[in-house]
Design a protein around this ligand. Structure first.
Ligand SMILES: [Zn+2]
Length: 195
């Protein structure tokens, strides 16, 4: 099983055992994956010249990602826009909307899985192509620069410093989720083995 990189730590109530008679209803991820896969197959059918899955390469995947930009909802400023690099522009501008990097990244992850679930060989998986990885990284960096928003805004694991509790007791107990059991106030700085 491949761990999902940004998944929530919520435990799955239905562990996937190899042989269950009643399959669980598809999760949101699964149905989204199926939708994405159908979108991609549709794209191939409409491709000119016609393209089959077997002949699909990383370059075609990039084409597909660029094609999706027209449906994007994320404004990314061009470098000549006065708001380039402004996370919160004071007014609107004419810059185009594109697909946000995070959406593309998640999409590629789902399609990569779907490709292999539909019989594709891992070593010929176009969604795992090097060109696709490089493209995604470039999109990530350029969008972060243009929007002035670094993508690492998810709570980052900093150094495991045990902060001394300076909050009100009520508040502290309200948010104390983990590692707060039995911490004696003047213990020798309990270090959690994180990282
Ligand atoms: Zn702009």
């Amino acid at each position: 099983m491949e761990p999902v990189a940004s998944g929530s730590p919520k435990p799955d109530p239905t562990p996937s055992s190899p042989s269950t008679s009643a399959p669980p209803p598809p999760s949101r991820y699964e149905s989204q994956k199926r939708r994405d896969w159908n979108t991609f197959l549709q794209y191939l059918r409409n491709h000119k010249p016609p393209l089959t899955l077997a002949r699909c390469s990383g370059a075609h995947v990039l084409e597909f990602l660029k094609y999706l930009d027209q449906f994007g909802k994320t404004k990314v400023h061009v470098s000549t826009c006065p708001f380039f690099g402004h996370p919160d522009p004071p007014s609107s501008c004419a810059c185009p909307h594109v697909q946000a990097w995070g959406s593309l990244d998640a999409l590629i992850g789902r399609l990569r899985a779907a490709y292999e679930e539909n019989g594709g060989r891992p070593d010929s998986n176009p969604f795992a192509a090097r060109a696709v990885r490089i493209y995604l990284r470039e999109v990530k960096e350029s969008q972060a620069k243009a929007r002035g928003i670094p993508h690492e805004k998810k709570k980052r694991k900093r150094k495991p410093t045990v902060t001394t509790v300076r909050l009100d007791v009520d508040l502290a107990s309200g948010i104390a989720g983990e590692g707060s059991n039995g911490v004696s106030p003047s213990a020798s700085g309990a270090k959690l083995p994180l990282g």
